[in-house]
Design a protein around this ligand. Structure first.
Ligand code: SF4
Length: 329
């Protein structure tokens, strides 16, 4: 996230002090969303070092870097994230696509990936197989923004391959999936393939500000999932709160709506994303100069609220926990 950028500067300090001649290429979310801030900081503190800002796609960047520098040792086997640098790997993160076909006014997805791109399903399957066969990984978390989009020609192919190979895996969707794409058949295949955690993005029940899902589609999707055999505790819906001029009564009624329908609620605190319409609105409400320093985007301080009512926030969190507990136990 943008507000974790101080960690980057700790690394820059270390590298520039110990290996001042080594070129440094910086990419990622903070770079894409806050490049002016990064340029300013580099100019202030690291002007004399070979530091480059990378805004291109990762594949494009890797190709360019391979041309400029020949490998110093045996090239790594593949381009997967190097989870094997951990002493043990509890789970592996998989992205089958980049970006999202929707464009919600508070979301970073379109800024980070202007074009929605899905990977080749065979390659995704190979990646899952690699971690399972070589490291015994059972749990896989999909970090896609739109995992179920083009389901039949994408995720379904990956899952069918997994089933035909008899792999006994567990899948999780912490990034939320689109309720709109959950049909009866989709729900059945997700269940059969071993999905254990399904989070759905709902955001609000009243005064909705995106069109990625309607309440009817949401309830229909949950009903398909439950009919396919998912337990209530395996499901969950995200509610976004802490938006500019937040109405906590609406958040509370969304929590109660989920309680009535026996869907565990998960509150997600709003963080303003530079370049989005909601960032502009937040500027009018925030008690922080969110344009000057990304540290103020941190969702734990509720940057979009003029005067956060901390007691009310704690009450909402406690209510969400209580509802989850009563549904899941
Ligand atoms: S549907 Fe989700 S990922 Fe896509 S733009 Fe909206 S919030 Fe972002």
């Amino acid at each position: 996230m943008t507000y974790w950028y101080p960690g980057l500067f700790v690394i820059l300090d270390f590298i520039t002090q110990n290996y001042p001649e080594i070129p440094i290429y910086i990419g990622g979310i903070y770079v894409k969303l806050c490049s002016e801030h990064l340029k300013y900081e580099i100019e202030r503190f690291y002007r004399d070092f070979p530091i480059y800002i990378v805004k291109s796609d990762v594949e494009e960047f890797l190709e360019a870097i391979k041309k400029s520098f020949s490998p110093s040792g045996t090239p790594y086997l593949n381009d997967y994230p190097i989870f094997d640098m951990q002493t043990s790997i509890p789970y592996v993160i998989i992205m089958t696509s980049y970006g999202c076909p929707f464009n919600c006014p508070y979301c970073a997805s379109k800024k980070l990936y202007p074009q929605f791109k899905q990977k080749n399903s065979e390659e995704v399957f190979e990646e899952i197989l690699f971690w399972h066969k070589n490291y015994g990984i059972i749990d896989f978390a999909f970090y896609d923004d739109a995992l179920l989009f083009n389901f039949d020609s994408h995720l379904a192919l990956i899952l069918e391959k997994i089933l035909s190979c008899g792999l006994n895996l567990r899948f999780h969707t912490p990034n939320a999936v689109h309720a709109r794409f959950i049909t009866e058949d989709v729900a059945k295949l997700l269940k059969k393939a071993g999905f254990k955690t399904i989070r759905i993005g709902l955001e609000r029940v009243e005064n909705r500000f995106d069109n990625k899902v309607s309440i009817e589609e949401f309830l229909q999707a949950v009903s398909y999932l439950k009919t396919a055999g998912f337990k209530e505790r395996e499901l969950g819906a995200y509610l976004l709160y802490g938006i500019p001029d937040e109405n906590f009564e609406e958040v509370k009624s969304s929590l109660l709506f989920l309680e009535r329908h026996k869907i565990p609620p998960y509150l997600a605190e709003f963080s303003p994303i530079p370049g989005t319409p909601f960032f502009e609105i937040t500027k009018q409400y925030s008690r922080y100069p969110i344009e000057e320093d990304p540290i103020f985007h941190n969702n734990t301080v509720f940057p979009a609220l003029k005067k956060p009512d901390w007691k009310e926030i704690e009450k909402l969190k406690a209510l969400a926990r209580k509802i989850r507990h009563s549904i899941c136990n």
